[in-house]
Design a protein around this ligand. Structure first.
Ligand SMILES: O=C(O)C1=C[C@@H](OP(=O)(O)O)[C@@H](O)[C@H](O)C1
Ligand SMILES: C=C(OP(=O)(O)O)C(=O)O
Length: 445
């Protein structure tokens, strides 16, 4: 089995885990876990905050911003365009500067960099070339490229709208009416809306079809409004009025999607896990874990500490459309493989364009540990079977490592090659997982 399907990995988290731990034997645990955990900042909120801070009217502080491969690559890409970004303890200080090329942007495997940064590059003066890991070149991006061209931006690409491509910035973007296909990724919409207030005519974006992960579009709209941008929903999409973007210090919420494996551990072991600082209200799709884990038989309650999930030793199968919360799928699918009946997860065709083809990867992994899996065009049917140990691949996908960890709690002898893939959003996941199971995590995030 290849240990690095994603191939080359660059960025400041290069090889951090795999050098010390090329194959991780995930901890097996039958006793109930009982833990309170804190989590680092949200990848999605940090990405949006970085983009908006870079093109805002003045400097901003991003408090408890995520420091992981995806967000470091975003910061490095903005720096390459001239933006000042300094690390100050747990915070990032961002100083907008005149945007300029020529520049090379390494998007790694980050959809957020691939799809949010080109609109900013279009505002720079000079050519900006985007590329990344081998798998990045397979990630769908035609909707974004077509949308930017419709807004007057010149882009050279391979003819399929995928990386590598070069954005020829001229220092300004016309904007105006564009129709885009965002059926393969909501990030196409977010990427166009985020910088649109800086376009001469703003943007009147019409969707030509459906869009997955709507909470992430809501997150974009909410973030823009919080920075004074006039953005409204229209009959077919969204309109952004040209105007200033207010500088704003942002407190980054904990990453609720990365809470999934930790809360899942409560269900697998019949234990209790609390994730600290769970926001009262949020646009993060991970907030829907409360309803989804309750559907799978957990008791879910808010305590003064955060969100507490208590499992009862058996897991109910899940029948759900996960189209809004696609990034929760790998961990939920792992829980389904340990459930008491057949689960059906639908609405997630777009996961075939994620870090890996997640429907194929989950089919392979869950089958390897004994489940029977059927791939649907837009999802998975998962029937638990006799459990068996297996060496799994990470597929260079952080969430596949987390899914393997959840399986390993219940199935002794689950190993995962290339656990360093978790550096994408949670560099010390392996240490935090050990902490969950009994060793101290240390204070706070
Ligand atoms: O805007 C964002 O921050 C994200 C949007 C979603 O992308 P897709 O719509 O491509 O699934 C999600 O899966 C990804 O992890 C983060
Ligand atoms: C799909 C994901 O990432 P990306 O932002 O690279 O699309 C994810 O984190 O699950």
């Amino acid at each position: 089995m290849p240990s690095l399907r994603g191939g080359r990995r660059t960025g400041s988290f290069l090889g951090q885990n795999e050098r010390v731990n090329p194959v991780w034997t995930t901890p097996h645990r039958t006793a109930p876990v009982d833990a309170v955990v804190g989590l680092p900042g949200s990848k999605s909120i940090t990405a949006r905050a970085l983009i908006l801070a870079a093109i805002a009217d003045g400097p901003s502080r991003l408090i408890r911003a995520l420091r992981a491969r995806d967000t470091d690559l975003m910061a490095d890409g903005l720096r390459a365009l001239g933006v000042g970004i300094d690390v100050a303890g747990e915070d990032l200080l961002v100083r907008p500067m005149p945007l300029r090329g020529p520049a090379d942007v390494d998007a790694g495997l980050a959809g957020t960099v691939l799809r949010f940064l080109p609109s900013v590059a279009a505002l720079a003066d000079g050519a900006v070339r985007f590329d990344g890991d081998p798998r990045l070149r397979d990630r769908p991006n035609a909707g974004l490229i077509a949308g930017l061209r419709g807004a007057g931006v010149r882009i050279d690409d391979d003819g399929r709208g995928r990386a590598p491509f070069t954005v020829h910035g001229t220092g300004r973007v016309r904007g105006g009416a564009v129709t885009v296909d965002a059926s393969e990724s909501s990030q196409v919409v977010s990427g166009l809306l985020l910088a649109a207030a800086r376009f001469d005519e703003g943007l009147d974006l019409t969707l030509s079809g459906g869009v997955p992960s709507m909470p992430h579009v809501d997150m974009t709209v909410t973030t823009l409004r919080a920075q004074g941008v006039d953005v409204t929903a229209t009959a077919g999409g969204w309109r952004v009025v040209p105007g200033p973007i207010a500088a704003r210090d942002v407190v980054v919420e904990p990453d609720l999607s990365n809470a999934a494996p930790f809360l899942g551990a409560a269900l697998v072991t019949g234990g209790r896990v609390t994730v600290r600082d769970w926001p009262q209200s949020t646009t993060q799709p991970g907030a829907q874990l409360d309803r989804l884990l309750a559907d799978m038989g957990a008791d879910v309650e808010r305590t003064p500490d955060g969100l507490q999930v208590t499992g009862h030793g058996s897991i109910r199968p899940l029948v759900a459309d996960l189209g809004d919360v696609g990034e929760l799928t790998p961990v939920l699918a792992a829980l389904c493989a340990l459930a008491e009946g057949t689960s059906r997860l639908t609405g997630i065709a777009h996961l075939r364009g994620h870090e890996t083809d997640r429907l194929q990867a989950l089919d392979e992994v869950l089958t390897a540990v004994g489940a029977r899996v059927e791939q649907l065009p837009d999802g998975l049917v998962i029937e638990p079977g006799p459990r068996r140990a297996a060496q799994l691949d990470s597929y260079a996908d952080h969430r596949m490592v987390m899914a393997a960890a959840v399986l390993g709690l219940a199935i002794e002898g689950v190993q995962v090659a290339d656990p360093g893939a978790v550096t994408k959003t949670l560099p010390d996941f392996v240490e935090r997982w050990a902490g969950l199971l009994g060793e101290p995590i240390g204070a706070g995030r």
